[in-house]
Structures are given as C-alpha cells and as structure tokens.
Ligand binder design. Structure first.
Ligand SMILES: NCC(=O)N[C@@H](Cc1c[nH]cn1)C(=O)O
Ligand SMILES: [Zn+2]
Ligand SMILES: [Zn+2]
Length: 481
C-alpha cells in the first residue's frame, strides 16, 4: 500500500517546521557519558515526551534507578514508553530510538558550535551533535505522527515506542525494563508487538539507501595503572621509579597491530573465515575504497580490496584504542610523570563472540602481560559495558515492507548491510519479544556520527521521514496480503 499523497505532501510542505524541531532538540546537550550533562538528558526526555503527547501518543516515563559512572552514583535518565492505536485488525510496530548523544566540544575541531543546528544552504546539510545519531531519526517518527494528527488520518498500524537516554553509555537499565515489561503479559506496553523497527544507523555510502540486518556487539574495557602517590617531576624521578604511563603504553601496544589484527590470543580465531560465496555478498555492495576514504576524511583504508575492507567492518571483530585518562595532553611541554593512568579500549564483537566468552581471554592476557613487565605499579582491569552481536532474517515481511518503501521513496533497491556499530538492546528486543527487528537507517555513510561536524542532509531528513511513514503503510499492506 503506497503512502497517501497528502501525507507525502504534508512532509514536503512542513520542512522548515521539521528542521526547527531538530534544532530545538540539538540545542539540548543530552550527553549521557558526562555526569554534569545528566540533567540535560532528563530535559531531552521531557521534550520528546511532550512531542509524542502533542500528537496523541499515550506516554509513560520509566525510572531506571541509579548507576555508577566514574566513581559517582548518578540517576539514570528515564526511558519513555509510548503507545497509539489498539486496532486488533492492524499490525503493531514497536519503534526504538535514543535521545542521548555522544560528547562534543567546539575545541574538538567542530567548525560550528556542536549544540546549535547549523544549516549550510550550499550543501543542504544540517550540522550538529545528534543530528544523525539519533535525534534526526527519532524526530522523523514524531514528524510522521504530526502529519497524521494534523491531517486527521488514522495511522496504518498500531505504534509502540521505547526511547532511551543511555544508549551511548551502554543502555544501562534498559534490558531490565524490557524483560520486566514483557513479563507483564497483557498489561505490558509491548503486548501484541509484531515487529520492531530501529532507525539508528547509516547508509553504507552517500547514494544508496540501506536496510541493515546485523550489528556488532561490544565489550568496553578500562585498564588502570597506578604507582606514585602524586604526579612526579620527570627530572627528579625519571629512571628512578616505575612509570605508570610506560606500563600502560606497553600493554596497549600488545592489543592490536597497525593492520587491525587483534593480538589477544583466541579472539580473532573464534570467527570462521568467510567462504567464496559469502565474499560475493560484499563484492556486490555499492561501495568503493573512495567511499571509505571520503567518510573517514583520509586515504587510510586498510586494504585496496573493497570486499576485505567491508568484511573488516561487517563480519570481523575490531579492537580500537580510545583514550588515556590521567595522561598529560595540554599545550606546552609539561615534564610530568602522571601518577595514575587508565587506558580505554573496546572490542567490536561478531558471532559467535559475546562479552562472556571474550572478556576472560582479554583479562587473563593483560594480567599475564602486566606480570611480564616486572613493574611495581598496580594493575587492574574493568569491563565498563558490553553487548552481544545480532544478525537478523532479512527475508522477513518487515524487511520486504522496508524494501518496497525504499523503492517507493528513493526509486532505488536498498543495499542489505551489516553495521559495524552496536545497539545492544536490539538483541534483547529480538529475544525477549521473539519478533523480527529491522534497522532502517535515515542518514548517509559520511554523516560523521560520534565525530566532529556530525551532520544530516536535509534531503535525508525529509525523504527519511517519508520513508519511515511509507514503511508503516507497507507493513499494513503486508498484513492484508
Ligand atoms: N548509533 C548506534 C551507536 O552509535 N551505538 C554506539 C553504542 C555504544 C556502545 N558503547 C558506547 N556507545 C556505538 O558505539 O556503536
Ligand atoms: Zn545511535
Ligand atoms: Zn551513537
């Protein structure tokens, strides 16, 4: 069933209001990973809840309790549940998204203030933290609701919503909420859900829409090394004491090589190699080495072979070194020996890897390597958060509905992709509800999520809003077939 013309026209006619809606959301710096910004995440929850209510959605804020971050006990931002429509003759679609964002500072290298939505008239782009990940897509759903409400048009399906404010920090508390909710049976806000749709990733390139049927999992670690009681003068103590930074850098250098091979014994080996048949899937995708170089902003691809680069992201684990807490990083030439440093790294996981089977390998390897250093500093390792990988059946009717919707809006057949990032709650939904989960991305591969100058093209926001709405009509059409 094609989406009605008045819905599509409404979206075209209200572009400016929809962009204003995104601007208001980007202004709220809802960074879940920074304790001082936690009230802003709560403010963003309230804004989103009000938007849903304005268009007839019944909502509920769920208190997720507290958690410990960087040694501080903090209240978790509430999750928002919503529902609209209860027609037994219609399918019920559960929408998930997140309203928190990654940290961003102008000093990181942004060309504009990250929490002001900046419109570039020449390129048709909207710059701002969260524009693509994930405020644009979440508000795309609100735009769909607004259009139907204003046109007094019934939605083609029943909708349920689950929006969270901790996705960028491990989705703390959300798994428990989902499992508790499911136990409530008929009373549950997820009762009767037929499929889940998540718009929180990106096309592979800048020109071909995509449907995504896989995500990598993640295991995130913090290695702590401490020695002196305070920072020391390197002229006074250099070569007299064991230096925590030296120990840490030595350990971090033993995790991954410059070609991306993971050096922790047993981790890469867990994943079976791709056979020729599987390699063809990657060769067939509309992607080139220029695409990876364009989106990375540098000629730094690990290989000249497109299939091997794509497999690196979609079906191989990867280990990335993220940062060192406690290290000197400012301007000037401070001659300090930092007293206490913590290295942060994570491993993106693919089946059959899970945090449960990878963590022991990583922890025991680093403990052994630290012992080999013969250092008198102290060593400890923490797992900050984890999530399992997910792979879905992309021949399901929900994927077919999304394919038809994509062809209707973009006049193109979508790429079928596996995403290198992680949305840990995806597997929880799939397992707890026992239904198919679809990832329907709005943004392009060069949006720069998590990076400086994150953007969303206006055309992706507007056509993406039409795509989300059209998908619902195609799900409804599938119901009748
Ligand atoms: N758009 C999904 C996304 O960005 N997910 C994050 C989740 C995460 C895990 N740890 C910290 N954030 C990702 O990095 O893949
Ligand atoms: Zn996201
Ligand atoms: Zn993200």
């Amino acid at each position: 069933m094609a989406a009605p013309v008045d819905f599509l026209t409404y979206v075209d006619d209200h572009q400016d209001q929809f962009i204003q809606r995104l601007a208001t959301a980007v202004e709220i710096p809802s960074v879940s990973g920074e304790p001082a910004r936690r009230p802003d995440v709560v403010r963003m929850a309230k804004y989103l809840e009000e938007q849903l209510q304005a268009y007839g959605v019944e909502t509920k804020q769920v208190d997720l309790g507290t958690h410990v971050m960087d040694g501080q006990t903090l209240p978790l931002p509430p999750a928002i549940l919503g529902r609209i429509g209860n027609d037994k003759a219609k399918k019920t679609v559960l929408i998930y998204g997140h309203f928190d964002v990654q940290p961003a500072e102008l000093s990181d290298g942004w060309s504009w203030p990250p929490f002001t939505l900046t419109r570039d008239e020449k390129t048709g782009r909207l710059y701002g933290r969260g524009s693509s990940d994930d405020k644009g897509p979440v508000l795309g759903w609100v735009n769909v609701l607004e259009a139907h409400h204003q046109l007094q048009k019934p939605l083609p399906v029943n909708l349920r919503f689950c929006f969270e404010g901790m996705e960028e920090s491990g989705s703390e508390g959300l798994d428990d909420l989902i499992l508790e909710e499911v136990k409530k049976g008929k009373e549950s806000w997820f009762d009767g859900v037929d499929c889940v749709c998540i718009s929180d990733n990106y096309w592979l390139n800048t020109r071909t829409p995509a449907l995504t049927y896989g995500l990598r999992g993640i295991s995130y670690y913090k290695v702590n090394i401490a020695g002196p009681a305070r920072d020391l003068h390197s002229g006074v103590f250099g070569r007299m004491v064991h230096e925590p930074m030296t120990d840490l850098i030595t350990l971090l250098s033993k995790l991954v090589d410059p070609q991306g091979n993971i050096l922790v014994p047993g981790v890469d080996e867990m994943v079976p190699a791709a056979d020729e048949e599987e390699k063809k899937l990657y060769t067939a995708l509309d992607y080139s080495i220029e695409d990876v170089e364009l989106s990375a902003g540098g000629k730094i691809a690990l290989s000249d072979d497109k299939a091997s680069v794509l497999m690196g992201r979609m079906r191989s684990p990867s280990l990335s070194l993220h940062g060192i807490e406690g290290a000197f990083y400012g301007a000037g030439a401070k001659t300090v020996i930092p007293a206490k440093v913590a290295g942060k790294f994570s491993i993106r996981l693919v089946p059959p890897q899970t945090p449960e089977n990878v963590d022991p390998l990583v922890i025991s390897y680093l403990e052994t390597e630290f012992k080999k250093l013969g250092s008198k500093n102290t060593f400890s390792i923490e797992n900050l958060h984890g999530g399992k990988p997910w792979v879905e059946d992309h021949k399901h009717w929900s994927y077919e509905a999304a394919r038809r919707a994509t062809e209707a809006i973009y006049k193109q057949t979508p790429d079928y992709t596996r995403e290198g990032g992680s949305i840990p709650v995806t597997l929880t939904f799939a397992e707890a509800l026992g239904v198919n989960v679809l990832l329907l991305p709005m943004g392009r591969g060069d949006d720069g999520a998590h990076s400086t100058n994150e953007k969303l093209d206006i055309s992706n926001y507007i056509e993406g809003t039409k795509l989300l709405g059209t998908y619902l009509y195609e799900v409804a059409a599938g119901t009748k077939a």
